[in-house]
Design a protein around this ligand. Structure first.
Ligand SMILES: NC(=O)c1ccc[n+]([C@@H]2O[C@H](COP(=O)([O-])OP(=O)(O)OC[C@H]3O[C@@H](n4cnc5c(N)ncnc54)[C@H](OP(=O)(O)O)[C@@H]3O)[C@@H](O)[C@H]2O)c1
Length: 250
C-alpha cells in the first residue's frame, strides 16, 4: 500500500482523542503509545506490569503535550465480568474512547503441536484472540459514541502463512483476520466505526527475541519505523477503510 511509504501524519492528528493501547509496556505497543500521545491523543496504557507502564507514562508526561492513564490487567484468566469492569473504568475515568490498538500478545515460543496441552491452547487463544474480541465488544458503547472510532487488531505473518512449530499462536493470529472481517461487516451500518488488522512484520522487540532466539534481531527495524502506518490507521485519514489486513511496510 503506497500510503504506508508516503503518509505524513499531522502533528495534531489525534488531538482530542482517547486511545487504548494494549501491551503498552514494551516493544511495538510502547512505541505506538508514545507516538499516539505525541500526536495529541490521551492514551490509556494497558499491560500486565505496572512498573513498565509507569516508565511509558513518564515518557509521555515528559512530552508535555498529552496525558495518559495506566490500566494494568492480565488477559490470561480474565472472565466477562473483568472485561466489563475494564470498559467501565475507561468510561468513568475518560468518558470517551476513540480507538483501540489491540497489540498485547503472548507466545510460549516455538513448540510442536505434539507438545500443546489444552492449557497451552487456552492461554494462547485467550490472550491473543478471545480477550481482544471481548474487550472490543465491552467498549462498543464508547466506540459507538465516538464520531470516528478506529480499532486495530494485530496479526502475524504466520497467521497467513502457517509453518511448523508456530502452533496455537499462528492459529490465534489467523483468527484475528477472520474476526476483523466479520466485525467489519457487522459494523457496516455504523460509518463511524472501523476495524482493520495490521501485521507488523519482523521488528526488533522482546517478543521477537523470544520467537527467534538464534536470529540477529538487532539487525531488524525498530518499532519506530512502523509508526507511519499505525498513525494512518488510528487517525481520521483512514476513515472508510475497514475489514482489511495491512502488511506493515517499514
Ligand atoms: N515483534 C515482531 O517482530 C512481530 C511480528 C509480527 C507480529 N507482531 C505482533 O505485534 C504485537 C506486538 O509485538 P511485540 O513484539 O512488541 O510484543 P512484546 O514485546 O512481547 O510485547 C507484548 C505485550 O503484550 C503484553 N502481554 C503479554 N501477555 C499478556 C497478558 N496475559 N495480559 C495482558 N498483556 C499481556 C505484555 O505486557 P507486559 O510487558 O506487561 O508483560 C507486552 O507489553 C503482538 O501482537 C505481536 O504478535 C510482532
Amino acid at each position: 500500500m503506497d500510503i504506508q511509504k508516503t503518509y505524513q501524519a499531522g502533528q495534531d492528528l489525534l488531538e482530542g482523542r482517547v486511545v487504548l493501547v494494549t501491551g503498552a509496556g514494551q516493544g511495538i505497543g510502547r512505541t505506538a503509545a508514545i507516538t499516539y500521545a505525541s500526536h495529541g491523543a490521551t492514551v490509556i496504557l494497558h499491560g500486565r506490569r505496572v512498573e513498565k507502564l509507569e516508565r511509558v507514562y513518564d515518557e509521555i508526561e515528559a512530552l508535555g503535550k498529552a496525558s495518559a492513564i495506566i490500566l494494568p490487567f492480565d488477559f490470561e484468566k480474565a472472565v466477562d465480568a473483568d472485561i466489563a469492569a475494564l470498559a467501565e473504568a475507561i468510561a468513568s475515568q475518560m468518558g470517551r474512547l476513540d480507538g483501540i490498538l489491540h497489540n498485547a500478545a503472548w507466545t510460549y515460543g516455538a513448540m510442536p503441536l505434539a507438545y500443546h496441552k489444552l492449557e497451552h491452547w487456552q492461554t494462547i487463544m485467550q490472550v491473543n484472540l478471545m480477550v481482544p474480541a471481548a474487550l472490543t465488544q465491552a467498549c462498543l458503547p464508547l466506540l459507538k459514541a465516538s464520531p470516528d472510532a478506529s480499532v486495530i487488531m494485530t496479526g502475524d505473518t504466520h497467521g497467513q502463512a502457517p509453518a511448523a512449530y508456530w502452533g496455537a499462536f499462528a492459529v490465534a493470529k489467523s483468527g484475528i483476520e477472520v474476526l476483523v472481517r466479520i466485525q467489519s461487516e457487522e459494523w457496516e451500518m455504523f460509518p463511524n466505526l472501523r476495524i482493520n488488522a495490521l501485521i507488523p512484520g519482523a521488528v526488533n522487540t522482546p517478543q521477537r527475541t523470544k520467537t527467534h532466539p538464534g536470529s540477529n534481531n538487532r539487525a531488524l527495524c525498530p518499532p519506530e519505523d512502523l509508526m507511519r502506518t499505525y498513525l494512518y490507521l488510528m487517525g481520521p485519514d483512514s476513515r472508510g477503510l475497514s475489514g482489511k489486513t495491512l502488511l506493515c511496510q517499514a
